[in-house]
Write a protein that binds this ligand. Structure first.
Ligand code: ADP
Length: 277
C-alpha cells in the first residue's frame, strides 16, 4: 500500500508563528493600554461620585443649619405666653438673617447649575478688558463692604486687549473674588486688582494680604462646596463653598484658567488667564 507523507516547510511555520506572536504582543499591549484607560476612568468616576456625595452632604448640612435655627426660634417664641415686642423683634431679626443665608445658598446653587449646564451657552461678547476692569473697580470701591480695606488698582495705561467674555457672569467672578478677599482678611488689609498681557493672553489678578490658605487646601478650594475646615465652624466667616467653583466654571467656559497662590498669614493671589482676541 502506498504511503502518503506530508512534508512541512519549517520556514513557513516559523514565519507564521513569528507573525502571530507579534500580533499577539500588539494585541496584548493594546489590551493593557485599554485596561489602564478603563481603570483610570473608573477611578475618575469613583472620585466624581465621592465628590458628588460630599457636595450633597455639605449642601444638606448648609440647608439644614438655617432651617433648624428658624425652627428653634419659632418654637421658642411659641412657648412664650406673652412675648414682648423685643422678643418678636429679635426672633424676626434671626429669621431674616437665616433666610438670607438660605437665599444666597440657593442662588449660588442655581447659578452654578446654569453655568455647568452644557445646553446653556454663555452670553459671550467682545469686551475691551482695561475699561471693563476699571469700571468694575470704581463700582466696587463705593461698596460699603470694602470700606475697611485699602483698595488698589494696577492696570497699565497702555494695556490693550479685547477678550470674549460674558459680562454679567464675569462681574460675578470678580464679585466672588473680591468678597472672599474682604471676608477672609482683616480690617486695614489691601485688595488689589491688576491686569497684564503676555503674548496672546491677559492675566487678571485679585490679591489680598489676609489670612491666606494652607497648602493642603489649595488643591481643593475650587471644588464644589469645599470650605477650608474652620469656615464651617461657628464663628468663622460663612459661605456656601460654591463661590470659587462658580469662578472656575465661568472662567473655563470663557476658555480661560484660574489658579491660586497663597501663603498662610500672607494672603492670596487669584490669577485668571484669558485669551486676548
Ligand atoms: P465660601 O463660600 O466658603 O467662601 P469659596 O468657594 O468662595 O467658598 O471659597 C472656598 C474656601 O477657600 C473658603 O471657605 C475659604 O476658606 C478659602 N478662601 C477663598 N478665598 C480666600 C481668600 N481670599 N483668603 C483666604 N481664604 C480664602
Amino acid at each position: 500500500m502506498a504511503q502518503k507523507t506530508t512534508f512541512q516547510n519549517p520556514g513557513v511555520e516559523s514565519d507564521t508563528i513569528e507573525t502571530l506572536s507579534k500580533k499577539l504582543l500588539k494585541t496584548t499591549a493594546k489590551l493593557s493600554a485599554a485596561n489602564k484607560e478603563l481603570s483610570k476612568t473608573n477611578n475618575e468616576l469613583a472620585e466624581s461620585e465621592r465628590k458628588r456625595k460630599e457636595m450633597l452632604a455639605n449642601i444638606s448640612h448648609d440647608l439644614r443649619a438655617p432651617i433648624t435655627a428658624i425652627r428653634s426660634a419659632l418654637d421658642l417664641l411659641s412657648t412664650l405666653e406673652n412675648p414682648t415686642a423685643e422678643d418678636i423683634k429679635s426672633t424676626i431679626g434671626l429669621m431674616d438673617r437665616r433666610v438670607s443665608t438660605l437665599e444666597s445658598l440657593i442662588q449660588d446653587m442655581y447659578f452654578l447649575f446654569c453655568v455647568e449646564d452644557e445646553t446653556r451657552p454663555l452670553d459671550l461678547e467682545d469686551v475691551d478688558l482695561a475699561p471693563f476692569l476699571e469700571s468694575y473697580f470704581y463700582d466696587a470701591i463705593i461698596d460699603s463692604r470694602y470700606d475697611s480695606h485699602d483698595m488698589q488698582l494696577d492696570i497699565p495705561m497702555d494695556l490693550s486687549c479685547h477678550v470674549n467674555i460674558d459680562v454679567q457672569k464675569t462681574i460675578r467672578v470678580l464679585d466672588n473674588l473680591f468678597t472672599n478677599a474682604a471676608k477672609y482678611s482683616g480690617d486695614g488689609t489691601s485688595i488689589t486688582l491688576s491686569c497684564r498681557t503676555s503674548g496672546k493672553n491677559a492675566t487678571i489678578t485679585v490679591s489680598d494680604n489676609g489670612r491666606g490658605i494652607p497648602a493642603e487646601s489649595l488643591a481643593h478650594i475650587f471644588d464644589r462646596t469645599y470650605t477650608v475646615s474652620s469656615s464651617r465652624s461657628p464663628g468663622s466667616p460663612t459661605g456656601s463653598g460654591l463661590g470659587l467653583a462658580i469662578v472656575k466654571a465661568v472662567v473655563e467656559k470663557e476658555n480661560g484658567t484660574v489658579t491660586c497662590e497663597s501663603e498662610v498669614g500672607k494672603g492670596c493671589t487669584f490669577v485668571i488667564t484669558l485669551p486676548c482676541k
